[in-house]
Design a binder for this molecule. Structure first.
Ligand code: NAD
Length: 402
């Protein structure tokens, strides 16, 4: 039996995937409300294919509880935030979860850490906890690469990395993931697995920062960054990403800081890239100000931000550029801007609307922060608005860009 610890965006789909592919699974989360929701037959977030997967996992006999189980395989998928000051990974959730596993597990159990951690975290923070417990367990690191919005497909099809001290244990865990994963599964050592995950997200962050920097250079001298990127990408060895309003989510906006925190004198390009991405919402705020002046819009209350999530077609708002922009605006002691997101039902910020038509009625300058499919189906409702399109998706005439 596999005990999956932490049933959030990563742990839940992983547990469901295993249970729907013939593995005996118990999911454990210390959040009793979350466990009660799952036990009532409901999923806890929106994701394509998740409800179907949930139904299949229930047929496969999955159970949900707040209790840690006594078993031979654990998969730990708890949060790994970073310390805002030192920029280092904060392993406290992982350490706590491993401590709780050690209280109940038998000798020689395998503890798989799926959470994203910086290179050396298992050596520095997890092994000492295991040593102090006096128990012999096998440690494995199996970082997760899936992207919200396409999780089910990516769980099935992505290649994976398994880091283990003992290659035989690595092969055993590879067989567990291979019960559902059709991608290639590479077995390596723990430190390499830790580093690959952080490097993958850092690669994306640096490339996004490059596109954002190009947008600023082009804005400064009145050049069209999208046309320039389009032409450059016709070169056979150039593939520049698109600029945007900033970077959010739990991975690309967080993990590269782990390297800056651990290697401050070496990780210069990474540091600068993260600063560029983090300052992009302020750059958008500045664009809003410029456009308001140009169009004679004096009331910030008539500015509406479309989208609160960190990417399109998901309901995850963690670290989202819109939240970063609102925080930046708040520091200027200004009234809140209006906000609408079709995927967010809860009230998260002041000035938030839940009715698209009412939001549009009260908005003169509409800022497209997130490229949800919903807005692409509603261009006809936007005619006559002043629009700042942060993703270059709006086909209407006279649209402003970042
Ligand atoms: N969300 C993503 O897109 C994504 C992608 C790849 C990797 N990751 C990584 O996966 C890890 C988990 O991220 P997430 O997005 O699923 O986080 P999350 O916050 O959605 O879920 C974590 C869950 O763990 C539970 N939890 C915390 N400590 C616990 C404990 N000691 N015992 C039992 N339950 C506990 C929380 O209640 C929560 O439900 C992180 O390291 C993250 O960096 C996330």
């Amino acid at each position: 039996m596999i005990n999956v610890i932490g049933l959030g965006y990563i742990g839940l789909p992983t547990a469901l995937m295993l249970a729907s592919h013939g593995q005996a699974v118990v999911g454990t989360d210390y959040n009793a409300d979350l466990v009660a929701t799952l036990n009532a037959g409901k999923t806890t977030f929106k994701e394509d294919g998740l409800d179907e997967l949930f139904a299949a996992a229930l047929k496969g006999g999955i159970r949900f509880t707040t209790e840690y189980q006594r078993t031979d395989i654990y998969i730990v998928s708890v949060p790994t935030p970073y310390d805002k000051f030192s920029k280092k990974v904060d392993p406290c959730y992982v350490v706590k979860a491993v401590e709780q596993v050690l209280e109940v597990c038998p000798e020689e159990a395998v503890v798989v850490i799926e959470s994203t951690i910086s290179p050396g975290t298992i050596d520095k923070s997890v092994r000492p906890v295991v040593a102090a417990s006096g128990k012999r367990v096998q440690l494995v690191h199996a970082p997760e690469r899936i992207i919200p919005g396409n999780m089910v497909y990516e769980l099935l099809n992505n290649n994976r990395t398994i880091g283990a001290d003992d290659p035989a244990v690595g092969e055993r865990i590879k067989a567990v993931y291979a019960s559902f994963c059709r991608g290639e599964i590479v077995v390596t050592d723990i430190r390499t697995a830790e580093m690959t995950k952080v490097v993958e997200n850092t690669y994306r962050a640096v490339n996004i920062a490059f596109a954002n920097e190009l947008a600023r250079i082009c804005r400064h001298d009145g050049m069209d960054v999208y046309e320039i990127i389009r032409i450059c990408n016709m070169h056979p060895r150039v593939n520049i990403l698109q600029p945007g309003p900033g970077v959010g989510g739990h991975c690309i906006s967080v993990d590269p800081w782990f390297l800056v925190g651990d290697y401050p004198s070496l990780a210069k390009v990474i540091d600068e890239s993260m600063r560029t991405n983090d300052s992009q919402p302020a750059f958008v705020l500045n664009r809003i100000h410029e456009i308001m002046k140009e169009r004679g819009i004096t009331d910030p209350g008539r500015v509406g931000l479309y989208g609160l999530t960190y990417k399109e077609n998901v309901d995850d708002v963690r670290e989202s550029p819109t939240l970063q922009l609102l925080e930046c605006q708040e520091r200027h002691l200004a009234d809140p801007l209006k906000v609408y997101d079709p995927l967010i039902e809860k009230d998260i910020v002041p000035g938030q609307y839940h009715d698209f038509d009412a939001f549009l009625r009260d908005t003169d300058l509409l800022v497209i922060m997130v490229k949800h499919d919903h807005i692409k189906q509603n261009w006809d409702k936007l005619s006559g608005k002043v629009i700042l399109d942060c993703h270059n998706i709006c086909p209407l005439p006279g649209v402003y860009h970042i």
